[in-house]
Design a protein around this ligand. Structure first.
Ligand code: LMR
Length: 353
C-alpha cells in the first residue's frame, strides 16, 4: 500500500514555496502560458507539454505507470497539459537522462536506483543480496523516513524524488553454462546496471563485472562483450535477451527498483492548480506501476518459457542459503557505508522481520 500521507509530506515544501507565487507563474515546461478564464485556487491550469523519458520497453511496469500518469494528467487538465512518453531510450538513455533532467530538457525520468549510486550510497539498497522478500517490503521501506531521506540527497542537484516504483527481483542469465551454485559464477563476466554493491556482488563470487547502458545490452550479450547479466523477467522478455542468452537462473538475489524523479526548475514553475493535477498523475502512475509489477513479471516468465530458448533453473531454498552465505562479504563491506540503521530498517519490512 502506497503511503500518500508521507508522499504528500515530502512534496509539501516545494508546494508551499510555489503557493506563495502561484499566480505569477508563466513559464511552461514546453508550452505556452495559459491565463484565460477560470479562477481556480492557485491560478489557472497552465498549458504545458511534459516529457517523460525512460529506457525500457512498453510491456513493463515502468512504461505502464508512465502511461497512467499521462492519462490522468491529460484528462484532469482537459487537454491543457500534454504528456509525451518516450520509452526505449528514444529521447535519453542511461548515460544522459539525469543531466537532461537537471537541465529541464525532460520533466520526469524513472531510473533504476542502481544507476544513482554515485549520487548516494543508499541507492545501493536494491542491490544488497536478498534484502527484501517482496515488492511490498521494498515499497514500505522507500515510503518510510529512511527511504525518503535518501531521495532528499538528490535535492542538491535540483532533483526531487517523488515516488518509488518497483519492477521486481532479478535473475541471472548467461551464455556459458547453467548456474546453480555460487562457484558456477567463477571466471564469468557480467553486465551490471551500476557499480559499487553490484560490483562487489560479482567480485565476491569470483566473476567480473562491467556496467553497460541498457540500450547497449542486447548487442553486448550478442557479441560476447559480456557472458551474462541480471535482470527482471519483464526486461529479459521485452528486450528479447532470451535470443542471445542460453541459461537463466531464477535467483531473486537483487532487485530492480525505480525512483520517479522530477526537477525543481519545472516543479517550482507550476501553480497550485497545475501541480495538483501533476501530483494526481504521479499518484496514478505509482499505483499502476505497483499493481502491475508482479503480474507483468509473471507473464513475462511464461512468455520466456514458451520461447523454449532458455534453459531455466530455479534456486532451491538450500541453494539460496549457499548464495546468502557466499555473499555475506557484501554486507560486511557495505552495511556501514550505507548505514547499519538503514539496512536494519529495510529488513524490518520483510514478513520475517
Ligand atoms: C537495466 O539497465 O537493466 C534496467 O535498469 C533497466 C530498467 O530501467 O529497468
Amino acid at each position: 500500500m502506497f503511503r500518500w500521507k508521507r508522499w504528500a509530506a515530502i512534496l509539501a515544501a516545494p508546494l508551499l514555496a510555489v503557493g506563495l507565487s502561484a499566480c505569477g507563474q508563466t513559464q511552461s515546461a514546453g508550452g505556452s502560458p495559459a491565463n484565460a478564464g477560470g479562477g481556480s485556487a492557485g491560478g489557472d491550469i497552465q498549458s504545458l507539454t511534459i516529457k517523460i523519458s525512460h529506457v525500457v520497453a512498453e510491456d513493463t511496469p515502468k512504461h505502464q505507470g508512465a502511461l497512467a500518469m499521462k492519462d490522468t494528467i491529460e484528462k484532469e487538465s482537459g487537454g491543457k497539459i500534454k504528456v509525451q512518453v518516450y520509452p526505449n531510450s528514444q529521447l535519453f538513455g542511461d548515460k544522459d537522462e539525469y543531466q537532461n533532467l537537471v537541465a529541464n530538457n525532460v520533466q520526469f525520468i524513472i531510473p533504476d536506483m542502481a544507476k544513482l549510486v554515485g549520487n548516494d550510497p543508499g541507492f545501493n539498497i536494491p542491490s544488497m543480496p536478498f534484502l527484501f522478500d517482496s515488492d511490498e517490503a521494498a515499497e514500505a521501506f522507500w515510503d518510510g523516513p529512511k527511504g525518503q531521506e535518501i531521495f532528499k540527497h538528490l535535492e542538491k542537484d535540483g532533483v526531487l524524488g517523488l515516488a518509488m516504483w518497483p519492477n521486481g527481483p532479478k535473475s541471472i542469465t548467461n551464455n556459458v553454462r547453467p548456474i546453480k551454485s555460487p562457484e558456477d559464477m567463477k571466471g564469468l563476466k557480467f553486465r551490471t546496471q551500476g557499480g559499487q554493491v553490484l560490483e562487489k556482488v560479482y567480485s565476491t563470487l569470483g566473476a567480473g563485472s562491467v556496467s553497460i547502458p541498457f540500450d547497449e545490452l542486447y548487442t553486448a550479450l550478442q557479441q560476447g562483450t559480456v557472458d551474462g547479466e541480471e535482470n527482471t523477467f519483464s526486461n529479459i522478455e521485452s528486450k528479447k535477451f532470451y535470443e542471445v542468452q542460453k541459461y537463466m537462473t531464477i535467483t531473486n538475489h537483487t532487485r530492480v527498483d525505480y525512483v520517479l524523479l522530477t526537477n525543481t526548475k519545472f516543479w517550482n514553475s507550476l501553480n497550485d492548480a497545475t501541480k495538483k493535477i501533476v501530483m494526481d498523475g504521479v499518484k496514478a502512475g505509482t499505483q499502476v506501476a505497483r499493481q502491475k509489477a508482479a503480474e507483468l513479471n509473471a507473464s513475462a516468465l511464461d512468455k520466456i518459457k514458451a520461447t523454449g530458448k532458455m534453459q531455466i533453473y530455479t534456486l532451491t531454498p538450500e541453494d539460496v542459503q549457499k548464495w546468502r552465505d557466499a555473499l555475506k562479504p557484501v554486507y560486511d563491506e557495505w552495511t556501514s557505508k550505507i548505514g547499519a540503521d538503514v539496512i536494519q530498517d529495510a529488513m524490518s519490512h520483510n514478513k520475517k522481520g
